[in-house]
Write a protein that binds this ligand. Structure first.
Ligand code: MF3
Ligand code: CO
Length: 239
């Protein structure tokens, strides 16, 4: 399946980026690395040019939630956390994935935020199979995140994905069981909880892209593209 290849390239790119994250490097360096790797594998960076987005990856540091624009002025420091979002188009099919990394040694709160966000994605994926409703995923993610004392971003959601980066249905990370569209066998979904250490409110910076937490608390983001089957879902953005 072509979409599996797109997703494989996403996973490999995130792995590669993870190997290079350390204090002193810039987010632009990570962007260059990602673009080179994606093109070497025969893919096309899916975000570049999307609604005018200028880069290959989104690199969102600390209180930045999503859509941080890579910059040579943004130097990673020990204790930062960085969410990296990667989208790849391969022969017309899209894959989308994100991972939050700690830079060197991070605080206990940051560590917990990263772990909870990752686990919330896993819980969301685990409840997926043909016949469940989109609201089931949101409720599972929201309930777990809030039980850990964190909050789920409301203004951005996961999405269907395939021949376009964003397809039906929207997949919010909050909601109520038994509501929303029915998930069908064969659907490919990008599930992507964004979790804030403080309140759920976010705001857009004047650059028109970078989304930050309103209270400037830390935020983490994990995303997988998954294929829904009759009895479960398989993660495609995995090496
Ligand atoms: N994973 C994000 C999304 O699904 C990345 C989009 S970044 C953009 O919306 F630059 F392409 F907008
Ligand atoms: Co996405």
């Amino acid at each position: 399946m072509l979409i599996s290849t797109a997703c494989k390239i996403v996973a490999e790119t995130l792995f590669k980026i993870g190997e290079h994250i350390k204090p002193g490097i810039t987010t632009l360096y990570l962007d260059r690395l990602a673009e080179r790797y994606i093109r070497e594998r025969g893919g096309i960076p899916a975000f570049k040019g999307y609604k005018g987005y200028p880069a290959t990856i989104c690199a969102s540091v600390n209180e930045e939630v999503v859509h941080g624009i890579p910059s040579r002025r943004r130097i990673l420091r020990e204790g930062d956390i960085i969410s990296v979002d990667v989208g790849v188009q391969y022969r017309g099919y899209y894959g989308d994935g994100a991972w939050t990394f700690g830079v060197g040694k991070v605080s206990d709160e940051a560590k917990k935020l990263i772990e909870v966000t990752k686990a919330s994605l896993e819980l969301g994926i685990r409840c997926l199979k043909a016949g469940v409703r989109i609201g089931d995923i949101g409720e599972v993610i929201q309930e777990y995140v809030e039980s850990q004392g964190f909050s789920v971003v409301r203004d951005y959601a996961g999405h269907g994905i395939g021949k376009a980066l964003h397809e039906f249905p929207q997949v919010p990370n909050f909601g109520r069981r038994g509501t929303g569209p029915v998930v069908e066998e064969g659907m490919v979904l990008a599930i992507e909880p964004m979790v804030n250490a403080g309140g759920y409110e976010v705001e857009l910076l004047p650059d028109g892209w970078t989304v930050v937490t309103k209270d400037r608390s830390l935020s983490a983001h994990f995303e997988h593209t998954v294929l829904v089957r009759r009895e479960d879902a398989v993660i495609l953005t995995q090496i």
